[in-house]
Design a protein around this ligand. Structure first.
Ligand code: COA
Length: 157
């Protein structure tokens, strides 16, 4: 199976929104994705050989720190190292850009994602209590950070 990471374009958005709607706990709207494209955020897609969207990752640069805003992999393609590939792609981008760090927020119940981030060197900075709110409940956010090192420029995703 040949899968490539490439820049997200407007032509990918219908499929990205569809995938995000199936897998994200708080799905984004089309205008939210469009805004990141228009802002010049680092918007990446993982495509199969037929151009189907298998995954996506969006990060925004704030001064010299990247904020990972959303990442997802199609349920049928999980645990194959693809989420790791998208993370490595971002870490290499940050390193090539001489930026300092990658930061993110994740739901405290999302053990799969938290484990994935820890595996890639993210550590917990702090907990934002009740950050994710619905009408019924609130959930804490775990804020995680990964400092960029010189060697990260050599990462292969
Ligand atoms: C988080 C996500 C992107 C990971 O994608 P993926 O392609 O499966 O990731 P990888 O295959 O690279 O790594 C999977 C890692 O998940 C973790 N993991 C998998 N199953 C797990 C489980 N049942 N419990 C805890 N951790 C688990 C492990 O750390 C695993 O690494 P390992 O292969 O060394 O065991 C994917 O699960 C997803 O899209 N989830 C829905 C959207 C989401 O939660 N995004 C993150 C929001 S912050």
């Amino acid at each position: 199976m040949r899968l490539n990471i490439t820049d997200m374009k407007k032509k990918h958005l219908v499929k990205v929104v569809d995938l995000d709607g199936k897998i994200a706990q708080s799905p984004w709207t089309m205008p939210m994705f469009l805004e990141e494209l228009e802002l010049g955020s680092f918007c990446r897609v993982l495509l199969d050989e037929y151009g189907e969207v298998i995954g996506y990752c969006i990060s925004r640069l704030q001064v010299d720190e990247w904020h990972l805003l959303t990442v997802g992999i199609n349920s049928s393609h999980r645990n194959m190292g693809l989420g790791s590939r998208l993370l490595k792609d971002l870490i290499r981008k940050a390193a090539l850009n001489y930026d300092k760090a990658v930061l993110l927020e994740v739901r405290s119940s999302n053990a799969v994602a938290i484990n994935l981030y820890k595996k890639h060197g993210f550590t917990v900075l702090h907990i934002r209590e009740g950050y994710y709110k619905t009408a019924q409940a609130a959930e804490d956010a775990v804020v995680m950070k990964r400092l960029i090192k010189g060697g990260d420029r050599e990462i292969i995703s």
